[in-house]
Design a protein around this ligand. Structure first.
Ligand SMILES: [Zn+2]
Length: 271
């Protein structure tokens, strides 16, 4: 046996398979020792199981606190059927007066029935105080910042008085200061669905990604792509500018999930 193959065999053998009794059923699992920098969602992705099932199996109350060295049981056979293989999310503890409708609204989830389905709630009118509800966060993987310059955020996502129109409304993206003519890169691989002027957004490019996410890039001075183009992450799609309703050269960048805007800061690794 070659030394390399031998090593592989030893590695495989050293993965400890264990069984954990969980209520009446038995689930087989792997043990994962938490290393520095690891997150529960990262571990869940690695094993293609849901965060929920790991949290449940290990009685984790908060998904934010993972101690280095902690041994987690990865429930390989216990994928959450409704939440999908690698769903990510947070937990909400039911308080007096909570309804699925209100919880869904609070967490920016369009349809409260999604919460009912994921959490296998048979009667949404009978929520138990103290019961934990899994809130799926639309997990995004691999968005990149669309600029390669030192970043200055001039306006965050959220409600604001529009700097030009003065109307109080949702700013559905994030603004990065950028001198006119700065290269704009596709944040993620996808297909161009819009490449033209778009009202107050000026010259705009929109890209549809494979996982129901889309990104948009506004106030451009030049557009280098056309509708239908397949673009790779990091490909130059245009140049920044000051077109549309804008108080100065900048890039307006949006991330949407199924058409609904989300805070890009949640998906980008901003400095
Ligand atoms: Zn903006």
């Amino acid at each position: 046996m070659k030394r390399k193959n031998f090593k592989v065999v030893i590695t495989v053998l050293s993965i400890v398979f264990i069984s954990v009794s969980w209520t009446s059923s038995c689930i087989a699992g792997l043990v994962h020792k938490v290393k520095a920098g690891e997150t529960l969602s990262g571990i869940a992705r690695k094993y293609d199981v849901s965060v929920k099932s790991i949290a449940k199996t290990n009685n984790l109350k908060s998904i934010d606190h993972l101690q280095i060295g902690k041994k987690l049981i990865i429930p390989i056979d216990a994928k959450t059927p409704n939440a999908g293989g690698s769903a990510d999310g947070t937990w909400h503890v039911i308080k007096d007066g909570d309804t699925l409708y209100n919880i869904a609204r609070k967490h920016n989830i369009k349809d409260w029935k999604e919460l009912q389905k994921i959490n296998n709630i048979s009667n949404p009118k009978q929520l138990q105080i103290g019961q934990e509800i899994f809130i799926p966060v639309h997990e995004s993987v691999g968005f990149e910042i669309p600029l390669q310059i030192p970043l200055v955020v001039t306006s965050h996502y959220g409600y604001r008085n529009h700097p030009v129109t003065r109307h109080y409304r949702l700013h559905e993206g994030i603004d990065f200061r950028a001198r006119t003519g700065t290269r704009v890169y596709a944040s993620k691989t996808g297909t161009v669905t819009y490449a033209a002027r778009k009202g107050g957004y000026g010259k705009t490019v929109s890209i549809q990604h494979e996982d129901d996410f889309s990104t948009s890039y506004g106030h451009l001075s030049r557009i280098y792509v056309s509708v239908g183009d397949f673009v790779r992450q990091g490909q130059v799609i245009g140049l920044t500018g000051n077109t549309g309703i804008s108080t100065g050269p900048h890039l307006h960048f949006e991330i949407r999930y199924k058409g609904k805007s989300e805070n890009p800061a949640r998906h980008l690794d901003l400095p």
